[in-house]
Design a protein around this ligand. Sequence first.
Ligand code: SF4
Length: 384
Amino acid sequence: MNEVVKKQNLLDLDREGLERFFADTLGEQRYRAHQVMKWIHHRHVTDFDAMTDLGKALRAKLQEHAEVVVPQIQFEKPSTDGTHKWLLGMDGKNAIEAVFIPDKGRGTLCVSSQVGCALNCQFCSTATQGFNRNLSTAEIIGQVWVAACHLGNVPHLQRKLTNVVMMGMGEPLMNFDNVVRAMSVMRDDLGYGLANKRVTLSTAGMVPMIDRLSVESDVSLAVSLHAANDELRTELVPLNKKYPIAELMAACARYVQASKKRDSVTFEYTMMRGINDQPQHARELARLMRQFDNTVQSRDAGKVNLIPFNPFPGTRYERSTDADIRAFQKILLDSQVLTMVRRTRGDDIDAACGQLKGQVVDRTRRQAEFKLHLQSQGIDDAAA
Ligand code: SF4
């Protein structure tokens, strides 16, 4: 009986992996890998027969050993404000969401890293669905591919996609290798050619993984902070029990100090009425940011992004009033803390920050397997 050889999905490979595949499996030179990368990521071509500058023999070899499998669009929805959301099927059972947000002179894609999320942040819609699995590199970069194809994005020529934020469903640092590989394609000239600063990874505070990221990548770092004291933060972000604020801030300082290419960390702060939006909370946050600037010895090393809470069905939280958000921002600005208020986008299509839901077949109720995974990374199940 003939053995069926599993084909390699080329979206799973960054430049280095693709060069290796061309050399080891196809017996081809590395520049051929570069040609194929451009076909896939610049021209959005997935059919090897349409890659016309490759010889017939190479195209036949590619057909035999490789494939380019992109996520299937199950549903897409444009918002009245230009935001565009895709529901992307991942494996017949699960789906994730990716959102494109155009703004003056920039276009930002919010990308998911996991099917669901195990971290259980109390104000997050994704958390209510539980966790199923990590996304592969192909499934992560595939979200960028789908958006770039839809937008007619051509890196260096017709750039519509200027920024990618790993802020969709999931905790990216719990899917470390696949996320780092996908971010490498985002930043590669043969991929999407984005500068390091234009790719942002947002974490709930996986301290050991922030240190690992510091060694492996120079992307921008954002932290979901949401409270400046441990008691409240542990209530909102249970991971804080494992990695309290002092440890988290120290890891952020190490991240900035480890490379001259990094000068700041953005701290995301979701504004929830009567929970974390009062003047004493703002003063506490200002103190924390000043301490951070002092540790890093750089003014504006800690930037604050205030995010008006986006309600979702079943949540017990409400959005802060505009007056409270403005008063909160003023306290921070008066304390010399660079503070922006994020404009809410796409809330008519449930695409606003914290509202992404997708379709998740939850396995967290039977999560022995996932606990083992956490323990193998030195993390106990306080996070789950
Ligand atoms: S906020 Fe992020 S880390 Fe927290 S549960 Fe939601 S997706 Fe997970």
